[in-house]
Design a protein around this ligand. Structure first.
Ligand SMILES: Nc1nc2c(ncn2[C@@H]2O[C@H](COP(=O)(O)OP(=O)(O)OP(=O)(O)O)[C@@H](O)[C@H]2O)c(=O)[nH]1
Ligand SMILES: [Mg+2]
Length: 271
């Protein structure tokens, strides 16, 4: 149970207050979206159950791209920075957000994490959400698209049981497909469930372990990159002197440091 949002429980957080929280979140998300758009960064919100394979997909993505694009990520966990360390190990500039009791990211948390992070220097910025098939779906973070990672071990009916998540998905990555021969899973049933729930059903089958299917995922990413507006001239010297309208306090007086290239087009943290 999430102590900040009450997970939509009207007894814990009254409906009016919940609507206010979401309205505030939407403002902060618009602000993040402006930032990402201004700098031509493709931001993706990666969601899915605990252990679905979100981090593994990102590691495999970095391997498949081999340095072609600059990748960044923030990864949210209740209590550890394990995923951020894994992603750094894969060559993705990463930062952990530990959410404590919160079972989802919100736009203000993401914005706060961006402050001391060289996200502007990335081409694709992944936001690995808290492992959870419920609340993350209702919090806009300012991303360009939602990608839901669903593994073949989770049961064919998950899209039907957790429709809110799959309704919000622009793309579902059906992962761990290398395990299919060992399971009783029927992929056609998963496809059918996705078709019933997703407004525009789209899924790709892959295995982070073997790399099978990664090509199509990379093509999807490249289509999104091509559709991004060009980076604005502001990218050269972002002063951050605009108005902020969100809940968190900011310390924007400082100019943001620029990232150092570290070879192969990658970047390193700077304060
Ligand atoms: N066989 C197989 N195992 C996988 C694959 N992808 C992930 N795994 C395994 O699944 C487990 C969970 O993977 P993670 O990448 O940590 O999953 P996650 O969704 O990031 O987990 P949380 O961030 O904790 O919610 C690990 O033991 C992975 O090795 C895959 O494609 N095939
Ligand atoms: Mg993870």
């Amino acid at each position: 149970m999430c102590s900040t949002c009450g997970c939509g429980d009207p007894e814990l957080v009254p409906v009016e207050l919940h609507e206010k929280i979401l309205a505030g979140n939407d403002r902060a998300a618009r602000h993040n979206r402006e930032h990402f758009g201004e700098h031509g960064v493709l931001a993706l919100n990666l969601m899915g159950s605990p252990g679905a394979g979100k981090t593994a997909v990102l590691e495999a993505t970095a391997r498949a791209l081999g340095g072609k694009y600059r990748l960044g990520a923030i990864s949210a966990d209740l209590a550890t920075d394990n995923d951020a360390r894994r992603l750094e190990g894969a060559g993705i500039v990463s930062k952990a957000i530990t959410t404590g009791q919160a079972c989802h990211l919100d736009a203000a948390l993401v914005h706060h994490a961006l402050h001391d992070f060289a996200w502007r220097e990335t081409d694709i910025f992944f936001i690995e959400n808290v492992g959870n098939l419920v609340c993350p779906a209702i919090y806009d973070l300012g991303q360009a698209a939602n990608v839901v990672v669903l593994s073949v071990t989770e049961g064919e009916d998950k899209p039907l049981k957790y429709p809110v998540m799959f309704k919000a998905a622009d793309l579902v990555l059906l992962t761990k497909c290398d395990l299919i021969p060992h399971l009783d899973v029927e992929v056609a049933r998963i496809e059918d469930a996705l078709a019933r729930v997703m407004p525009r059903p789209l899924h790709l089958e892959l295995s982070a372990r073997t790399g099978a299917g990664m090509g199509e995922w990379i093509s999807w990413l490249e289509e999104k990159l091509v559709a991004m507006p060009p980076r604005s001239s502001k990218e050269q010297g972002h002063s951050h002197d605009h108005q902020h309208h969100h809940m968190l306090e900011h310390h924007h007086a400082h100019a943001h440091g620029r990232a150092r290239p570290t070879g192969k087009g990658r970047t390193a943290h700077e304060p």
